[in-house]
Write a protein that binds this ligand. Sequence first.
Ligand code: FES
Length: 140
Amino acid sequence: MLDGVPTLSCITLVHTVDGRDVTTIEGLRDHPLVHAFVRTDAVQCGFCTPGMIMAAVDLLTDNPDPSDAQIREGLEGNLCRCTGYQNIVRAVRDAARELREAGESARPAPPTPEAGEAETPDSGLPREQVPGETIPQPVP
Ligand code: FES
């Protein structure tokens, strides 16, 4: 998620996220959706599960009490041929109920840097230059 908006990481150039709020599945470690996916046996592969959880975060942020049809519609960009989505829909429904009962939003809190960690660490990766853009060079 970039600035709280689900984003296709596979087509996002890393330099475009510099200084922005990035949340990956690792940032949702204690999120009720993650616990609900585990509890209801809704786990799929390492591509599907993070994508479905990220999409579900966005869905529940906008609609804290979705119907099963709305859950399926909210997850429709995640195409998995290995599941019937039954447990996944159940997990999202369970997490939605849990969040409503706790009076919490599905949107994760912005990450806070660990002690001693830079707020925007340099990945060290070469970056592609966008026409017209000046790439800052490291200071020797
Ligand atoms: S579990 Fe990922 S493609 Fe089916």
